[in-house]
Design a protein around this ligand. Structure first.
Ligand code: UDX
Length: 472
């Protein structure tokens, strides 16, 4: 009887409390619940408040209530990340990361201890933590849970991280502006330039220490599930599978964007459908640099001038905190007036609603992995301006390997003439990227179908995980 009861897995899901991680985690919760899992989804008090405020919901709102009504067993809890709500996590990033390492771990530990003591039915059997949590193996071991790491970035980035020892021994760690070599020794990565490595392998980034501790911890997970697709990254995935059970189950997002029932946005977004409806199909450039990346005022100025020269119609997300300085007047004087008939500058939007609108024909992006997957799904070719982290490697995949986008500029230096020229290129009907992205969409669609690789991998993961639960 006890054995049978354990066959119904109960997983505790804990994302990193950032937009680009909460989104795939939320949809993973729904996916697993639809396959019979009981889920306890753990948000932080801050992200809970941000989501509730953004959506004007009551503070006791449960984001999964709609799912529960449709029969999915998704329970929801929020815990403190260890800092007061008013603490500026962005301005104090290294202190925040230090806190995620120790203080947040203590809160997670307390939460799971109490959950175990409350004897939930079914009992919790598995921890699915973000690969960017440094404490997952410690917690999983303490409570005898199967340890599943959810990797929300491309497999290529993970295999690079798993082989930083090789980068170091070959003198390619931290050498991006000092050498022109092509790196050919990373398992699963045919060839990569030092400048295309994740930023943590390039500069003396203060976050790098935290990231590498997380990667070390993820290497001891029982299973890694990745928000990627077998057919997109076959070599990187095979290389990872040599080391650890790795399952490509992506893309993990709701494929029918009009039927989204869960609010995950940390910032409020207005509905721009009427404005989008007034624009010609395929002629609009969508511009967004995701939820974290900072740009310099000069970069924004050059992009704005490039837009003016290109005469393209656009919708541009400029977050209030896109400049480190927090300055508000960042566009050239008169820019919004001059482009009023063809452009809209907004602080945030529902990206899925915008990308899937027929008016949108190009996406100027920072190459965040969620943005790339969403753009592929909507068949919108990309103009790439990566800023940090995996975005540098993601650019290589999009532009050099899959050829579904072009570079905004060469290297980091943006010049307005080049911006205008490349906007023209990406918006052109005949651009190669447009044809290729149609094929990429089909790959994604096929992967998610009943006989597709992601669906099969997900089912295999569930079977392997259940076996592991029985052994635990
Ligand atoms: C971060 C890292 O920057 C990225 O490189 C990593 O792959 C994931 O974590 P972020 O910068 O937020 O993510 O970018 P991205 O991965 O693209 O995720 C942003 C999410 O916010 C997307 O799902 C996108 O749909 C959503 N979004 C973005 C909005 O809903 N509205 C917006 O205006 C902009």
């Amino acid at each position: 009887m006890e054995r049978k009861k354990h066959l119904q897995p109960h997983a505790v899901l804990i994302p990193l409390p950032l937009q680009g991680h909460i989104n795939p985690f939320t949809h993973l919760a729904v996916k697993l619940a639809s396959k019979g899992f009981t889920i306890t989804f753990v948000g932080t008090e801050l992200t809970h408040k941000q989501i509730a405020t953004a959506q004007s919901l009551k503070d006791d709102n449960n984001p999964f209530s709609h799912e529960q009504k449709s029969g999915h067993d998704i329970r929801y809890a929020k815990i403190s990340d260890g800092f007061p709500l008013s603490f500026d996590r962005r301005a104090n990033a290294s202190q925040f990361m230090e806190g995620l390492t120790h203080v947040f771990q203590a809160h997670v530990d307390d939460f799971i201890e109490n959950l175990v003591l409350s004897k939930p039915n079914p009992p919790i059997s598995c921890l699915i933590a973000d690969s960017f949590h440094v404490w997952a193996s410690t917690i999983a071991k303490k409570y005898n849970l199967v340890n599943v790491s959810f990797w929300t970035e491309p497999a290529t980035v993970l295999t690079v991280f798993y082989h930083t020892d090789l980068l170091k021994s070959n003198g390619h760690f931290g050498c991006h502006d000092k050498c022109e070599d092509t790196i050919r020794y990373i398992p699963g990565v045919q060839a990569i330039k030092p400048e295309d490595l994740p930023s943590y392998c390039q500069d003396a980034d203060p976050s790098a220490r935290y990231v590498f501790k997380c990667i070390e911890d993820a290497q001891s997970a029982d299973f890694v599930i990745g928000n990627t697709v077998q057919e997109l990254e076959p070599s990187a995935i095979s290389a990872l599978q040599e080391q650890q059970p790795f399952y490509a189950i992506g893309p993990v997002f709701p494929t029918s964007f009009s039927k989204i029932t869960i609010s995950t946005s940390l910032l409020p977004a207005s509905d721009y459908t009427n404005w989008l409806n007034s624009k010609q199909d395929g002629k609009l450039l969508y511009i967004s640099f995701g939820s974290l990346a900072n740009l310099s005022k000069q970069d924004i100025l050059e992009i704005a001038q490039g837009i003016l020269t290109s005469k393209v119609s656009f919708i541009w997300v400029i977050r209030h905190n896109i400049l480190v300085s927090g300055e508000r007047n960042i566009l050239p004087p008169g820019f919004e007036e001059e482009t009023a008939d063809r452009g809209l500058v907004v602080p945030w939007c529902s990206q899925l609603a915008v990308l899937s609108h027929p008016a949108v024909g190009g996406f100027l992006t920072h190459c965040g992995w969620n943005s790339i997957l969403e753009s592929m799904w909507c068949k919108v070719p990309m103009l790439c301006f990566p800023v940090l982290a995996d975005q540098l490697t993601n650019r290589k995949l999009v532009v050099d390997d899959w050829r579904i986008g072009v570079n905004l500029c060469t290297g980091r230096l943006i010049r307005r003439e080049v911006v205008a020229e490349n906007i023209g290129k990406i918006m052109s009907k005949s651009d190669e990227s447009r044809k290729n992205i149609e094929k990429t969409k089909m790959i994604l669609q096929k992967a998610l179908s009943n006989e597709g690789s992601s669906e099969k991998n997900l089912n295999q993961f569930i079977e392997d995980m259940k076996n592991k639960i029985l052994q635990n």
